[in-house]
Design a protein around this ligand. Sequence first.
Ligand code: TYM
Length: 335
Amino acid sequence: QPRIFSGIQPSGGLTLGNYLGALKRFVEKQEEGIETIYCLVDMHAITVWQDPAKLRQQTREGAAAFIAAGIDPKRSILFNQSQVSAHAELAWIFNCVARMGWMSRMTQWKDKTAGKNAEAASLGLFAYPALMAADILAYHATMVPVGEDQKQHLELTRDIAIKFNNDYGVDFFPVVEPLIEGAATRVMSLRDGTRKMSKSDPSDQSRINLTDDAETIAAKIRKAKTDPDPLPATVEGLKDRPEARNLVNIYSALSGQSVEAVISEFAGAQFGTFKPRLVDLAVAALSPITNEMNRLMADPAEIDRILGDGADRADAIARPILEQVYDITGMIRSR
Ligand code: TYM
């Protein structure tokens, strides 16, 4: 039967991109009644330096965002990666299955080391996708909702599953299916329509954070880069207008209307008309989440309790799968 796994790095505060591309869809999957396992991948976060106190805070804040967005920690499993050791253990096995060449071809690795000394990057950053494959396959998850930027990592997860099965002559790991759906699979920066909105962008103006208040959201959208033309009359007309297309996509994802419907409503409108409507929509969608996050963050012990409970339930699924992996690979288990 289907099982969903997905994760978010607590390497910074979550953005509108994470919300529309991931979190909002995680909630939809939970509501569809599919078994859902969601993880704050703290071990992925430390592939680049993280201040320990901030990492702890960001992990709790990430958990609060999941719950505030509608993840019910009773119906879904919600935990942080490092509390379930199966992730690290299976990642080691996958480090021995995956090839150096596969990892070198990952665009995220290439982007993160572009123009820098790759020799100074952590070994963990290079091996990152093997840990991601372990996250998913430790649960025999079959469906993984993600944004567009994770597509290549999921293809690699499939390659690892296939190679493991071939090398050991078993039909053990399932071939996972990426779920990259909706109008906001790639939300772009508010400052540059050709770059992804990212928690690690040095400019805070480039993104909307889930912790931003209404005034901040309004100011950021008002200042968002656009071209001087009014909105086009057809979807085709957005083709060479990355900033306009991005704002329309965000509007579509927030309102649940199709891009076509948004375009037909705003055909010929100036951004001076469109942007205030987008602000209203964004504030209406995000402010209840921000408020609920703030409420939850007042009780960090309760968040930690939820993560611990989730980790217990995650471990109960992953541990027997990992024991089978040890058996398949010829590791003696005698205690
Ligand atoms: P991360 O933490 O960068 O992002 C979390 C999720 O948010 C999506 N996302 C976006 N979607 C649309 N527009 C954007 N601008 C945008 N930015 C981020 C991402 O695609 C992702 O779905 N490697 C993963 C975390 C991970 C994972 C996993 C995911 C670790 N193990 C196992 C799925 C399954 C990452 O860095 O996501």
